[in-house]
Ligand binder design. Sequence first.
Ligand code: DGJ
Length: 722
Amino acid sequence: MAIYFDKQTKTFYLESKQSTYAFRVNEFGFLNHLYFGKKIARDDLCYSVHVQDRGQENFLPGCGRTHSLNQYYNECPTIGRSDYRESMIALCDARYSRVSELKYASHKVLSAKPEIDGMPSLRGGKTLAVTLKDEYNNSEVILYYTVYDELPVILRRAEIVNKGKQALKIDRAYSFCLDLDDNNWEALTLHGAWARERFIERTPLHHGIFTIDSKRCSSSGQLNPFMALCRPNADENSGEVIGFNLVYSGSYAIKAQVNQFEYLRVVGGINDYDFEWELKSGEKFSTPEAVMVYSDGGIGKMSRTFHDLYRTYLINPRYVDKPRPIVINNWEATYFNFDTKKLCDIIDSVKGTGIDTLVLDDGWFGERNNDKCGLGDWFINYNKLPDGLTPIIEHAHKNGMKFGLWFEPEMISENSDLYRAHPDWAIQVPGIKPCPGRDQLILDLTRDDVVNYVIKVVSDILDNNDIDYVKWDMNRTMTENYSEHLGKNNKEMHHRYILGLYKICEALVNGYPHIFFEGCASGGCRFDPAMLYYFPQIWTSDDTDAYMRTMIQYGTSIVYPLSAMSCHVSDCPNHQTHRTTPLASRADVAHLGATGYELDTTKFSDDFRVQVKEQVEAYKKMENLVLFGDLYRLGCSQNSNYFAEQIVSKDKTLSHITVMRALAYPNFTIYRLYPKGLDEKATYHVEELDLTLSGSTLMNVGFIVHFGGGDFITRTFTIKKV
Ligand code: DGJ
């Protein structure tokens, strides 16, 4: 890996083994983007810069009629100086002037990647810091770029520093800008809703701005903070793709803008909707980190790069390589209706199956017998569990199982002791009735006293009970963005909330290193890299229907590794879709992630128990593939009757394929599967077909999958190098 600066041409080359990112300091001191793509030589790239007199443009003073910022590729565009495209940074000085020109001052290659104050970020790599000074408003912006040797990735972020004596107002603080020559790209995004998260959408770009964003103070299930640019001919296996992902859990925006000269600009970061930040003299403000991945091997290669990057440099190393707990979660088994005996019966009922962790979900605390009350009262409900959690925990441990507990630390019910004692701790505007969501309000995590209380009250439960696992839920997004103590700075609220949330996560995750944390937000409604930094896996969706899961998990895998997705086998008819799918299909699909169960196991027949035992054994055989393997998506049920995913070990000696046919049609065409990622020259044995073939034959001739009758039937294949 290299960060190289050519003093003569003032060009920076950020290189991985496969990619180059280049920009230069131009004759006026602006940082001029030159290239992001496949690795190239360190040639002088000035020849590739083009400006011309285009008429009806405005120019930098004293530069003739060609130097309009509107036609420069800029690493950090601002506003007010002839660039009419979206800016990366917008500042307002004490005169209320928003004119700003950020020019190169200095740079250094850092010996270690600095952490971001109060925000999660990736580890490792080599980092370049370029300091830009503003000509007019006494600010400095430090641009950080991180590059990794083995991965075609650039991380970017900015730090804004007020060097003047008077306060500055930040109107926009985005994390990155990438200017490209042409608009011959399509945008691929992941949209969704509760129980239908991360569906793939691909759309041509047009003149104007294509925006994805969240205004919910949560990265949200509506649009993941991810966008990829795909060449129109790019598909799963070939073509150029550039992926962008924000390491941020709050309100964000990513925009792709095509201007009148067909230039494409992509920018993204904290959403400036309802955002402003007062930066006092001497203070600095950090944007979240943005990840940019280049792929010359289609969407599939982009995904594998994201997966490797996040497994190696983002997810807590404490967990990332470890087998994941195989959970039985009581939520869909009992909802709020459980007692000590029921929970112990669940433990007894899974004995010998290989399920190794009981997670006690919502309803163990306060007066929480339904979802209208009790949030915030993190005290055991002794009416429901007269001897507390201890007998259940002891019963689990005695039976060789671990014990997990559900929390929703960010929330407060109006009907709770906490609210009665501290109504001002809930986010609302005095005199305006707040909009309830799931009959609950959000705690004001912009306040240190509230943050400290949450840490303390959750810690008390963790200190006094032998807990191995925490499921961290979050079930509503923000309205009435307001905190009395912020006064005139109320537009800082969303970002301050997220900083408060990270403080709590930091304290609890690091304070209890023996505890395994799972993230959740009404299923997968806050599935982002920042949450993954704290929680090595996230409940992918409340929708556990096997067929829907093929779409949800497929979409999620565009960015996030399989090991990050919690996937449970649940009951049928499914509680969300009312669909019935075969038990084997539910398990096969749940095995493409951190697997577990979520149904009333006390109703298991012996036959069912045997099947579950076999399923867990089968999962154990492929667990290392889920944790470390390369993913190849072979079929997408969002736009076809078939779903197929393949995982290949890094050394190409073992592979697993899961295929689902959604609907059975009589007398239908055959389905031929073409595995990928194998060693062409090696010989492999396909266990289920008892076929021994070369990698080249398997990948080019493929094999026919026979499903028999029935809907939502899955088939799995284990391919081993002989
Ligand atoms: C939403 C989660 O996604 C569910 O798994 C469950 O934990 C409920 N919340 C509990 O209220």
